[in-house]
Design a binder for this molecule. Structure first.
Ligand SMILES: [Zn+2]
Length: 131
């Protein structure tokens, strides 16, 4: 009887934790990321800064030449593409969307693992020897 009360208390604690976790509004916001419209692209956009060899050039006075590039791994190798100025905004938008999606996916996996852990603990806490 004592064992049964203890088991019921544990089960109700787990049940509360599970419901809190499932009803977490963060889960809904992750879902919003997954169903959001718009294309995405893998990779990172960044600005390369370099100096040329002309001593009279502006780069010698601290204003380096800049090129905006997109880098991404293609079949395990890092590739680099120079972005024309009119594509930079688009590339930032698409790669940002991709990154946001991946981050949301990682959080989703952690969240679901925690839910599964609680479900398994609930399942284990119900197991009792037959009378
Ligand atoms: Zn220069």
């Amino acid at each position: 009887m004592y064992n049964n009360m203890q088991s019921n208390r544990k089960l109700s604690l787990l049940r509360r934790r599970l419901l809190t976790l499932i009803e977490n509004p963060a889960g809904k916001s992750l879902l919003d990321v997954f169903v959001a419209p718009g294309p995405s692209a893998r990779g990172t956009v960044y600005t390369l800064r370099r100096k040329c060899s002309k001593p009279s050039c502006r780069c010698a006075r601290g204003k380096p030449h800049t090129t905006v590039v997109l880098t991404a791994s293609v079949q395990g190798r890092t590739r680099l593409w120079t972005l024309p100025p009119d594509r930079v905004g688009l590339a930032r938008e698409w790669t940002g969307r991709y990154r946001q999606f991946r981050q949301a996916r990682d959080r989703w996996v952690k969240w679901q693992r925690e839910i599964l852990r609680l479900i398994d603990a609930m399942g284990r806490s119900r197991i009792q020897p037959l009378p």
